[in-house]
Design a protein around this ligand. Structure first.
Ligand SMILES: *Cc1c(COP(=O)(O)O)cnc(C)c1O
Length: 337
């Protein structure tokens, strides 16, 4: 695929490493590798960096002097958009939706929120359940009336332009596998606003890589999640110039690890955070990657990935740990020797 046809700012640290996980593999009874997209750079990194390379490329091409986006209070996407805007010298305004109702100082002011502000972005808060798309359009119109050229980025950066970032990741990962003679049986990762999975599936199908992708849901029920991913994957391959190469059965999501809802930590997610941190020195986040890892761990224990070489795509998010510190009881780590 010739991605240089599309506007892009080259700010990500690529290629990200593809690393074997010795201790987790023996714990889970599978051969586990991790694609380190938590190391993409731009305010620590995460999956939004790859998407923002293309989104911000388009924003600059359109002459934007301001970008606007929206997300939950502890949105990683918001933080990374703020960092790109800082680097590129455009203004950034973020609409944050309170999807958890947490009345907690760290949740509302530390972690991603602190970094949004350090990068110079302005934020505006809305109660949960608000029509954030309409709010963002109204806010963008207001700024346009003031003379700004505003580029609006959808929540999670998930549209065909953003998904190109994960077409790029699919190409990179298959290249790494080919170079080292590594046959990948499956890719597993956390899915939310759908751009990551849609881009991966679009790229893999367009290359005829024949590697199944399993998205572990963090928000929507399965039919809705799969439909969102499928629709965006179809639009993405259209943008690439190879419409029709994604089949409905190429899109698979397991949404049994969402728990009570988006942004609300689960017991299995907290267990996964501790497991990855203690066995591999890796940091997951409670909103996305921990739920993705919880699915990976549970399905591996149930034998679903028997004899498989599985690549877990680490989508980042560890900054969120500092907004969710109250989810962890670590008092037993203070000891007297
Ligand atoms: C946004 C995000 C995801 C989900 O990616 P989508 O493209 O929105 O589906 C997964 N993990 C982390 C850490 C994220 O910030």
């Amino acid at each position: 695929m010739h991605l240089s046809r599309f506007p892009r700012v080259h700010l990500a640290h690529l290629s990200t490493p593809l690393e074997p996980m010795k201790r987790l593999s023996s714990e889970l009874g599978i051969e586990l590798w991790i694609k380190r997209d938590d190391c993409t750079g731009m305010s620590t990194g995460g999956n939004k960096t790859r998407k923002l390379e293309f989104l911000m490329g388009e924003a600059l091409e359109q002459g934007a002097d301001m970008v606007m986006t929206q997300g939950a209070t502890q949105s990683n996407h918001a933080r990374q958009t703020a960092a790109f805007a800082a680097k590129l010298g455009v203004k950034c305004h973020i609409l944050l939706e309170d999807r958890t109702g947490y009345d907690n100082a760290n949740y509302n002011g530390n972690g991603n929120v602190l970094l949004d502000h350090l990068h110079g972005a302005t934020t505006e808060k809305f109660p949960g359940g608000h029509d954030m798309v309409a709010e963002m359009e109204a806010a963008a119109e207001k700024k346009r009336a003031e003379g700004h050229t505003v580029y609006v980025i959808p929540g999670g950066g998930s549209n065909p332009t953003g998904a190109l970032g994960y077409v790029n990741c699919a190409m990179e990962l298959v290249g790494q596998a080919n170079d080292s003679g590594l046959k990948i049986d499956r890719i597993v990762h956390a899915t939310g606003s759908s751009g990551t999975q849609a881009g991966l599936v679009a790229g893999l199908c367009a290359m005829n890589a024949q590697i199944p992708v399993l998205g572990i849901g963090t928000r929507a029920p399965q039919p809705k999640q799969e439909q969102m991913v499928y629709d965006l994957a179809c639009k993405t391959v259209e943008k690439l110039g190879c419409p029709g190469v994604v089949r409905r059965e190429d899109v698979m999501a397991n949404t049994e690890y969402v728990g009570e809802g988006y942004g609300l930590p689960t017991e299995s997610g907290i267990e996964a955070i501790r497991m990855f941190a203690e066995l591999e020195g890796l940091l997951l986040d409670p909103v996305y990657s921990a739920k993705g890892a919880a699915g990976l761990v549970d399905l591996a224990r149930k034998g679903v990935f028997k004899n498989e070489r599985v690549v877990f795509l680490h989508t980042g998010g560890a900054v969120g740990l500092f907004g969710y510190d109250f989810s962890f009881d670590h008092s037993d780590r203070w000891v007297t020797v």
